[in-house]
Design a protein around this ligand. Sequence first.
Ligand SMILES: [Cu+2]
Length: 316
Amino acid sequence: MKSLSPIAAAIGISMSLILAPALVQAKTVKIEIPVIEKDIAIDNAGNKQKMWTYGGTIPGPLIRVTQGDVVDFTMLNQKGNKQSHSMDFHAARVDVLDEFSGVRPGKTKKFQFTADYPGVFIYHCGSEAMSEHISRGMYGVIIVDPKGGYTEDFPKPDREYVIVQGDLFEEGTKPNDITHNKGKKGNLINGKMFHYDPVHDSNASFALESKPGERVRIHFVNAQINDSVAFHAIAGIWDKVWDNGNPKNVSHGMQTYSVAPAHAVTFDLISPADRPTNNALVDHQMKNALTGAITILMNHEDADPELGRNGNLIPR
Ligand SMILES: [Cu+2]
């Protein structure tokens, strides 16, 4: 760490001493995820479509490890499924033809990797046609926390949310049309159109919440197959942005930030501390915002203490 806080400078010690990380022991983290092909609600009204999932939800289970940990992964492609499926962790350095190859229904895939790089990474199915497997919901998020912990440039947030934006195609769209974005009808936010947006969808039962002045961290993941996302907080400015969620890639005071397909970026937002406010977190590409990619963040004193806390990063 280069910078000195005013107090640390006054007494002549560097922040690296103050913020020296506690020794973290690398560990092995066992992750077991079944692949489940099922009908699942894709909007707040409960309309269902035939989707393919990791663990029965879109996105799949949130995985969180610390840099240096070994991920010991097992995927069961459930008996009764119709497709071969696979797992591609963007946080892994392995062999695409080995670890990332697919297995047929009823078979299990096992492999290990070390989470060497900190940040936020997508995981997704890589089986043919990949565009169909991803857009039917086969994606999720792994957060690799930095082994150095929080620092002055990467402060501890008051709340944390994960937002994953994915495509929704008309039921029955042919894989080749999906690949070319034909038949796209909407955008899923954590699995549902307008999931946390009671303003644009009267069926939405809740929004994201924080208290005025809190530091709210959004780990944003783009699971769309073709489109980038222009991520913007209406009535806010991103205080800090970390490309790929890596603490070393910090930007300050950003308005709109491009997130490529199959990429992730971490955003901090701090609302005014002296009054209640609301933000709309949008993909500023209007064709995507107005077909599902709007999330409301309510900043008020009565914010639900469980939202964005205690592992509740993807409210369902
Ligand atoms: Cu698949």
